[in-house]
Structures are given as structure tokens and as C-alpha cells.
Ligand binder design. Sequence first.
Ligand code: NDP
Length: 291
Amino acid sequence: MAKCVIIGAGPAGMSAALYLKRAGIDVLLIEKDVPGGEMLKTNKIENYLGFMEIDGGELALKMSAQLKNLGISIVKDKVLKVSKEDKFKIETEKEHLVADYVIVATGRVPRKLGLEDEDKLLNRGISYCAVCDGAFYRNLDVAVIGGGDSALTEALYLADLCHKVYVVVRKDLRASDVLKSRIKAKDNIIILKNVEVVGLDYNDSLSQVRLSDGEKLSVSGMFIAIGGVPILDFLDFDLETVNGYIKTNERMESNVKGLYAVGDVRYKDFYQIITAASDGAIAALSIREDV
Ligand code: NDP
């Protein structure tokens, strides 16, 4: 039994844990992987207040060390189901827990393009994370799919490793101006607008990407960065959502009493590390008022 169970140790979940612990509320933080979430896939963070530039993994370590220092342990386990009777019942791979409050901070998984052979070519040319897999494509040509901040961040990282980086955008870029100007300054990044990927050619691994305008890109790697799909399939509730994301009020409360959502799993306008941390703090402070 814990007063509050937080599911997911990205910046949103860790921030919620910090605030709850400091408010004297008994909290249990569960993470199926390593703490850090999406930060672990980012090599250079330049827009988190207090750090001119920091590696995502390093920032994640600093956050988890801060929790450890306060005596908060991050339990490595996977939540399978959350339901509610009088209290919340949290079923994990290892145990059954009961809590008065649950904060969902599970983030999202990368969206797939939905191409035939996309799954088959995973790790054989297709990747969803440049920081994780970019080194396999050193001095080779690659394509990045998407026109948002993630796609351009991936392209900039790859441009320092790869020979040529094509960015395939189905309409126009929607990334921030600072990223767009950095892309312009790289002469090995080629932006292709108003085109989509329609097919993949491969032998053992990816060799060619076919585009909707009839062009073919000879590339060894394709990095897909077209947004994400929120992870909430373990929630056994009639949950209100918007575009698949959990709908909350300004206090981070969902339509289920006692169930809060923070970070990338929540429907909102801006998905940033600092807004995730802010969501976590708000949820924790709302619970403190409610207890
Ligand atoms: P976004 O939703 O912002 O962008 C997704 C991109 O993928 C768009 O260009 C979209 O095109 C395209 N897309 C979607 N589906 C398809 C498809 N089926 N085929 C081809 N293209 C497709 O996602 P991001 O992951 O880039 O960013 C998510 C959030 O995280 C944003 O709020 C962003 O600002 C934030 N972020 C911030 C960073 C930073 O501050 N440095 C770094 C990374 C992310 P279309 O426009 O046509 O829909």
C-alpha cells in the first residue's frame, strides 16, 4: 500500500515524486526500464533551464540522483493493469499494489509509418532513435522521416556522423526556427518537402527508400521521427482522451477521481522536458491539497 503510485520515471514522474516526498506523502515510483524516458534518446539538451548544454543521459542521472538523495527508490517493474474499486489496484509483473492516488507518467512510443516490412527491417536499416543507432551508419547515406522538432534533432545528430542525410517531409517543416536555421547551415542535410515514403527495397538490410514523387533514395538507414503514441493500454477505465492522449484539467486530473496524467501521455500544446517536469510538480501539489 502506498498513498500515491507514480508510473514512469521520465522527468514528469520524477518531478512528481520529488514534490510528493517533500510534502511528506508516501510515494512509490515504478519504472520498467532505466529512469530518464525520452531524455535518454537525446544527446544534447540546450533548453532546460539551468544547463547551457547537457547530455540527456546525464540530466536523467542528475534527476534520479536527486530522488535517491531524498530517499525515494525507483522500483524496476512493469505495470500490467490499473483499476479502481474503493482504492486503485495496481497489478505489476512482480506484485499487487493498492493506492489512493495514481499518477500516469508513461510517455509515448514512436509512431510507425505503417509500411509493409517496417517491422521486419527494424535494426536492419530502420530505427526510431539516432542517438541509439546512428553510429551504425557512420559515413553512409541515411533518411530521416518527419518534419517536427524530433526529426530535425535526429537529422542534426546524424549529419555529424553520416555522409548525407535526407529529411523527408510529407508537407512542410513544423519544427522550431532555431532547429531550422541549424539545418540550413549543414551542407550534407537535404530537405525534401511534399513527399511521403511509399515503399522500401532491401536485400539483407535496407538499400532504398521509394518516394511518392517517383524518386528513389539509396540509403542504408531510415530514421522515423513522426511523433508518438501515448502508452495507456494498461489503464482499465473509461478514460476521456483527445487524439489518444489523456485529457486532464489544469491540475493534471483525469476524469477518473484520483488518477492524474503528466508529461507526454497527457494532451497538451507543448511537449518539452521542462513542461513535463512542471506537469509532475502540479499533479503532486494538487494531491497534497487533496490529501
Ligand atoms: P510532431 O508531432 O511535432 O511532428 C511530427 C512530424 O511527423 C510532422 O512533420 C508530421 O507531419 C510528420 N508525420 C506524422 N505522421 C506522419 C506520417 N504518417 N507520414 C509522414 N510524416 C508524418 O512530433 P515530434 O516528435 O517532432 O515532437 C513532439 C513534441 O516534442 C513537439 O511538441 C516538439 O516540439 C517536442 N520536441 C521538442 C524538442 C526540443 O525542444 N528540442 C525535441 C523533440 C521534440 P505533418 O506536419 O504533416 O502532420
